[in-house]
Structures are given as structure tokens and as C-alpha cells.
Design a protein around this ligand. Structure first.
Ligand SMILES: NC(=O)c1ccc[n+]([C@@H]2O[C@H](COP(=O)([O-])OP(=O)(O)OC[C@H]3O[C@@H](n4cnc5c(N)ncnc54)[C@H](O)[C@@H]3O)[C@@H](O)[C@H]2O)c1
Length: 342
């Protein structure tokens, strides 16, 4: 019988790609998503890609009664992947309570629900934002976490601690996955990242500028201590991130984890500057990008990328997709969105 995985936030950006990879790997998937940042049509797209329509519950995980009622109807859950959270850094500064309420309460309720499961295996979505402005790069999982630079990043730090406290005393295990900069979309261009207001992440800004949704874009800072002066990040294809979740779930179900809570960086291990990203985009799309150099943006970390040795050795996973392939998939997704709006 197929192993069963409950995926919260499974209609969102990373969740939907992970659902596809889980189904492709033979898992039975149950999705919970309240559509606060996603569309129910994503379920149709998942079905188009995989020929399987997963069970889906439209509910807010912060409502414990709804969560328990829904999950009690689905026995024998082997693992839970908890993606559901709010993620807009800027919005979290303006509305911190909204972020603490959703991101913390949803995790606490997932844990209450898991107390009733016979198998307590959790994969939690964390972020490289926990490293703040690191003292040296690349960062590995032993690099000390730094005080959070936004309420959003603080929810990830607090949730990591909650996971450690919860799993210390119960018969179960947890994997904390710290994502670097997920970009791109599925090769079918049927699923991808839905823009929630004006994006602040580089790649959606690039694709929206190229398609004409914005006149021009800014490169914030060209005087950092980096190869060309612009900021360095570790951009990783969302499908590579999704596949890492399949590896993490398999490891938990097989009982291969070395400690009750394990942490893995999910990045490519390569730092890419903003200007290199723009070059890659212009090359793969054939579009000329209208951009200007602007002063540094407050709060931007100059350079961060991952040491991925631990994930390579233990999860038996590496990010295989090239930068050009990844950027092209993001462009195809932007073109698909434009087609849908016409
Ligand atoms: N995308 C990134 O750059 C990035 C980087 C690091 C970490 N993360 C984390 O990864 C996870 C997934 O991110 P994403 O980019 O796919 O975000 P997303 O917004 O696309 O997906 C999150 C999904 O969760 C749902 N959701 C939110 N709160 C809910 C609730 N209370 N009950 C039910 N459903 C709820 C939303 O409707 C959405 O579909 C998040 O925890 C995010 O913080 C994302």
C-alpha cells in the first residue's frame, strides 16, 4: 500500500510542486489549504500533470476543530509536510500579529493533531533567513542563527524551536528544511508562483519587467564586496526543492534519521549575483531588460549561499537543474500567466 503524506499549503508554490513529485514517487497525498494565497484550480493542474487528483480539504489550520475533524477521516498518515504559512517579509513588518498568529498557531495545531497519529514524522519549511547576515559564507547547518530581521523570519526561528521542544519528548522525528531562494516553475508551466501583490523577489520582478507589467526594475546596490558589486544569493529550482522533500519524507518513514530533529540546507551551493541573474534571463529569453542601478536597500544581506554537503551526503540529494534552465522555466510561467489573463 502507498505511504500517505499530509501536505499543508499543498496548493501553494512549493507545496504544489512537492505534491507532484510525491505523486510521481508513488505516495498518496492529502492536501490542506485555505486558499489564502493560492487558487483551487491548482488542483486541476496537479491532476493534469500527474493524472491523479489528490484528496483536498479547504480549511484553515488555525481552526483546530476543523483540522482534527478533517484528519480523523483520513487514517494512517505516514508523514506530514507543513508548508502552510504567510511568507511576505514586507507585509510581516506592517502586520506582525497576523504573521505570528498564522505561522505559529498553524504549527501548534499540526502538533496537537500529530499527537493522535501513530506515526509522527514531520517535515517543516524553514528558511535561510534564520542565518541573517552571516559572518562567513557558505553557511552550513552549524552556522549560528542570528536575530531575525523581520517578524516573518522570526516565525521561522520560533517554529524551529517549537519543533525541537515538541519532538524531544515524543516518539517521532522532524526534518527542518532551510530553503535558500526557490525560483522557477514546473516544466509544463501549469504550476508556478502566483504573484501576491507586487513581488519583492528578484526573479518575479525580472519576468514582470520583461513582460511589461512594470516599466523598469532596480538593481539595489552595485558596491557590495561581491564579484560584480551586486548582491549574491543561492537561487534553486523549485522542483529541486520539491524533490528534496520526497527524500526527506522517505528518510523519516524508513527511520534513517540520525537525530530526532535534523536540519538541512536546500540550496545549489552556488552564489549568483543580481547582474549574473539578469544576464542569464536576457540570454534564455532573448528579451532586453530595462534596469537601473539604485542605492542599496536597507536590510539586504550582501551575500549568502549554502553549503549543501550535509544534504548531499545524508538526503542523497543535490540540486541538478542549471541556472539557465531554472530562469527559463520562470519566464515560461510568466508567459503562461499572461496567456491566462488575455
Ligand atoms: N517561497 C520562498 O521563497 C520561501 C523561502 C523560504 C521558506 N519558505 C516557506 O515555505 C513554505 C511554502 O512557501 P510558498 O512559497 O509555497 O508559499 P505559498 O504562499 O505559495 O504557499 C503557502 C500555502 O499555504 C496556504 N496557507 C497559509 N496559511 C494557511 C492556513 N492557516 N491554513 C491553511 N492553508 C494555509 C496558502 O493558501 C498557500 O497556498 C512557507 O512556510 C514559507 O514560509 C518559502
Amino acid at each position: 500500500m502507498a505511504n500517505k503524506v499530509l501536505v499543508t499549503g499543498g496548493l501553494g508554490y512549493i507545496g504544489s510542486h512537492t505534491v507532484v513529485e510525491l505523486i510521481n514517487s508513488g505516495f498518496e497525498v492529502i492536501i490542506i489549504d485555505d486558499l489564502s494565497n493560492s487558487h483551487v484550480e491548482t488542483l486541476d493542474s496537479i491532476e493534469k500533470i500527474t493524472s491523479v487528483r489528490p484528496i483536498y480539504g479547504n480549511l484553515n489550520i488555525c481552526n483546530l476543530d476543523d483540522l482534527l475533524e478533517f484528519t480523523s477521516a483520513h487514517s494512517n498518515i505516514d508523514a506530514v509536510i507543513h508548508f502552510a504559512a504567510y511568507k511576505a517579509v514586507g507585509e510581516s513588518v506592517d502586520e506582525p500579529i497576523k504573521y505570528y498568529r498564522n505561522n505559529l498557531n498553524s504549527l501548534l495545531n499540526i502538533m496537537t493533531m500529530m499527537e493522535g497519529l501513530s506515526k509522527k514524522n514531520l517535515v517543516f519549511s524553514s528558511s535561510c533567513s534564520v542565518y541573517g547576515e552571516p559572518k562567513s559564507i557558505p553557511v552550513n547547518e552549524q552556522t549560528p542563527v542570528e536575530p531575525a530581521e523581520s517578524p516573518y523570519a522570526n516565525t521561522k526561528l520560533i517554529c524551529e524551536d517549537i519543533c525541537k521542544d515538541f519532538f524531544r519528548n515524543i516518539d517521532g522525528s522532524c526534518t527542518l528544511l532551510r530553503y535558500f531562494n526557490p525560483i522557477g516553475a514546473h516544466k509544463t508551466a501549469l504550476i508556478g508562483e502566483l504573484p501576491l501583490g507586487p513581488p519583492s523577489n528578484l526573479v518575479p520582478v525580472i519576468t514582470q519587467t520583461a513582460i511589461g507589467k512594470r516599466d523598469k526594475m532596480m538593481v539595489f546596490g552595485d558596491d557590495y564586496d561581491t564579484p560584480d558589486g551586486s548582491c549574491v544569493r543561492d537561487y534553486i529550482h523549485v522542483v529541486d526543492i520539491a524533490i528534496a522533500h520526497v527524500c526527506a519524507v522517505k528518510r523519516l518513514i524508513a527511520g534513517k534519521e540520525k537525530t530526532k530533529v535534523e536540519t538541512f540546507n536546500l540550496g545549489t551551493g552556488n552564489g549568483v549575483t543580481v547582474l549574473e541573474m539578469i544576464n542569464s534571463f536576457e540570454k534564455v529569453s532573448g528579451e532586453k531588460l530595462n534596469y537601473e542601478i539604485a542605492p542599496r536597500r536597507p536590510g539586504d544581506v550582501s551575500a549568502i549561499y549554502a553549503d549543501v554537503k550535509y544534504a548531499t551526503e545524508e538526503l542523497k540529494w543535490t540540486a541538478d537543474r542549471s541556472l539557465d534552465e531554472t530562469v527559463l522555466s520562470a519566464w515560461k510561467w510568466e508567459l503562461y500567466l499572461q496567456q491566462q489573463n488575455n
